[in-house]
Design a protein around this ligand. Structure first.
Ligand code: GDD
Ligand code: MG
Length: 353
């Protein structure tokens, strides 16, 4: 496909703190590699080679890891916003790097099985200014709600509205005509969702939706992050970057699991993780070097690098920061987040919401 890919990765990932205090959201280890690597593998599979990352928060983490992209068969360039320009500002800011007349823009935190070639074909067939990938979700309030007409033309774009008129939402992937992208005002904060799309619609521009039923998930919250990672591991969500076979768990080199422990539900154990006797780890993401002691139970949680979950501790729906120590017998549940390096003494917390 003769299109540029632009990936917006400048957000601060506040809903995933404390993990995003040191790494931007798209660089968090997800099913064994930084999340963005899964997305890049799908872009490459669709035949796109030139990728521009619109960065801002912790920009150097991306270029340090991906470099020129040649390892992935890609040609990756980076543009850094010294002050975050928002989604539209971030798209406009990469204009100098574009090589083709058509640009495919991606939010950098979405797992999706969308057929990018079919999305592009729809855009071309409609001679659209912009084509938006749309999906249907149970609760559209946290997203951009997008109503379409009989021919797929977009009628209305309402970002994060309390009373959404439809459950069809913006899936965070757009095809732009380059000239339409160039019409976004440069050098200021612009929201593509709150300003660019509504303005195009007001002007009667041809903006179309492309609706698909394939796998889709925004990884912006801890609950979604663990689900997305587990679905990649289990092969429910597509990727060409899984560093191992699809299965009920992904155990990276150097990790050690005691014979009587149970690791399942799409859990990933990073390098050098240890899981003790009779411990249970279900649908979780355990970063490198973490230690889960005898009889501990970790469910739908993210355990940061080098953290310790003490013997018999229960950790459910929680985020444990890097190097934190959860003492033996503690119980942490329901969205609790422990900051990096914090030490909770044995039986120091019994928390259930
Ligand atoms: N370069 C740059 N600059 N990128 C940014 C900026 C910025 O100022 N702000 C956000 N981003 C990037 C984030 O890193 C993320 O990859 C993407 O833009 C979307 O930001 P989120 O913060 O994840 O937005 P959201 O999930 O609340 O809503 C967006 O995505 C939904 C679908 O997942 C909107 O586009 C919704 O309309 C959409 O439904
Ligand atoms: Mg998001």
């Amino acid at each position: 496909m003769k299109v540029d890919a632009v990936i917006l990765v400048g957000g601060q990932g506040t809903r995933l703190r404390p993990l995003t205090l040191f790494a931007p959201k798209p660089m968090l280890p997800t099913a064994g590699v930084p999340f963005l690597e899964h997305m890049l593998s799908r872009i490459r599979e669709a035949g796109i080679v030139h990728v521009v990352l619109g960065t801002s928060y912790k920009a150097s983490v991306f270029s340090d890891y991906f470099g020129d992209g040649s390892r992935l068969g890609l040609d990756i360039e980076y543009v850094v916003e010294t002050e975050a320009l928002g989604t539209g500002g971030g798209i406009r800011n990469v204009a100098d790097k574009l090589r083709y007349d058509t640009v495919m823009v991606f939010n950098g935190d979405v797992v999706s099985g969308v057929d990018l070639c079919a999305l592009y074909a729809t855009h071309v067939a409609n001679n659209a200014d912009v084509t938006l990938h749309l999906v249907k979700v149970a609760d559209p309030r946290a997203f951009g709600c997008v109503a379409t007409g009989a021919k797929g033309e977009v009628l209305e774009f309402l970002e994060k509205t309390e009373d959404p008129p439809t459950n069809q939402i913006n899936a965070g992937c757009y095809v732009f005509k380059r000239e339409v992208l160039l019409a976004i005002p440069p050098d200021r904060v612009v929201s593509v969702e709150r300003e660019t799309f509504p303005n195009l619609l007001k002007a009667g521009a041809p903006v179309f939706g492309y609706v698909e039923e394939s796998y889709w998930l925004d990884l912006g919250t801890p609950a979604a992050f663990v689900k997305g990672s587990a679905d990649l591991v289990r092969g429910f969500a597509p990727t060409a970057a899984l560093p191992g076979p699809v299965g009920d768990s992904l155990i990276l080199p150097g990790a050690h699991v005691a014979k009587t422990a149970l690791v399942f539900g799409g859990t990933t154990l990073g390098r050098d993780v240890t899981v003790g006797d009779e411990a249970v780890v279900e649908e979780s993401v355990v970063f490198e070097g973490a230690q889960i002691d005898t009889g501990a139970r970790v469910v739908r949680s993210i355990v940061g690098a080098g953290a310790t979950i003490g013997a018999g501790a229960h950790v459910c729906d929680a985020v444990i920061g890097d190097r934190a120590l959860i003492g033996a017998g503690c119980e942490l549940r329901a969205g609790i987040r422990v900051w990096p390096g914090v030490e909770i003494p044995a039986s120091g917390i019994r928390f259930s919401a």
